[in-house]
Design a protein around this ligand. Structure first.
Ligand SMILES: Nc1ncnc2c1ncn2[C@@H]1O[C@H](COP(=O)(O)OP(=O)(O)O)[C@@H](O)[C@H]1O
Ligand SMILES: [Mg+2]
Length: 234
């Protein structure tokens, strides 16, 4: 049985993932601040949207205009049709003002995503970021709440990217066992080269159903696309 794949459109990377990310997967994009997690997630959605998919990018960190203009600077023009829809948490809050007091936020967010996916037939969703989710939504029992939220996302049937910030100086990829719940993990890392240089690298740590390349790859953003190359050992 062949699994249908969603391409990352990162040049050189999809081949090493045996064609891409299995459709329907929940994938974490992990890294410390400034490792281009947001840019990578947006770029995957933008490229797929440019190729006919319908993508929903939910930002909990910036507003719609902020992210769209930052991404335009990085070579991703806003798409004319509604194939890439950017939604900020402010908008969700405005549309659910009356429910805000009464309901649990996780519930509101889940219902909102579910409704948008059903109505607008999005096949790819990104949520930026888990850290913002933790700070915006009070969780009584983070492990249990996340387990349910991840389960909900997987049941949606969309391919979902979850940006996950690793605080500086931490060795742990995640805080509450999200790595165990995710189907895939892409790790971004700033790697010191010599005394003065820093290189951005990416590694597919985990991808269920895929026999993927395990090592680190150099990741560069050139004009309007991401490219990976094998790391030349120093
Ligand atoms: N062409 C480029 N190559 C490498 N880094 C870049 C490029 N353009 C912008 N950046 C850097 O990317 C970072 C922002 O990326 P972003 O996706 O917001 O990171 P994150 O979401 O991981 O915090 C900034 O620190 C910026 O300096
Ligand atoms: Mg970010």
């Amino acid at each position: 049985m062949t699994v249908e794949k969603v391409k990352t459109y990162v040049e050189g990377f999809d081949e090493l993932l045996d064609g891409g990310i299995p459709k329907g997967s929940l994938v974490l994009i992990c890294g410390t601040p400034g490792t281009m997690k947001t840019t990578l997630a947006y770029s995957i959605l933008h490229s797929n949207a440019s190729n006919g998919s319908k993508s929903l990018f939910i930002t909990l960190e910036e507003d719609q205009e902020g992210i769209a203009s930052a991404m335009e600077e990085l070579g991703m023009k806003s798409l004319e049709d509604s194939n890439l829809y950017v939604l900020d948490v402010g908008q969700i809050r405005r549309e659910h003002r009356s429910e805000e007091v009464a309901k649990d936020w996780f519930d509101i967010l889940s219902k909102y995503i579910e409704q948008r996916v059903k109505e607008d037939k999005f096949d790819i969703v990104a949520i930026d970021s888990l850290a913002a989710l933790y700070s915006l939504f009070k969780m009584d029992n983070p492990r249990r709440d996340l387990y349910h939220f991840f389960g909900f996302l997987k049941d949606l049937g969309t391919t979902t990217f979850m940006v996950s910030e690793i605080p500086y100086g931490k060795n742990q990829l995640v805080s509450f066992g999200e790595d165990f719940l995710a189907d895939g993990i892409l790790l971004l890392k700033q790697y010191e080269v010599g005394e003065t240089d820093v290189q951005l690298r990416i590694r597919c740590v985990k991808m269920r159903k895929v026999n993927h390349f395990q090592g680190y790859l150099t990741l560069i953003r050139a004009d309007d696309k991401f490219i990976v190359t094998r790391v030349i050992s120093e």
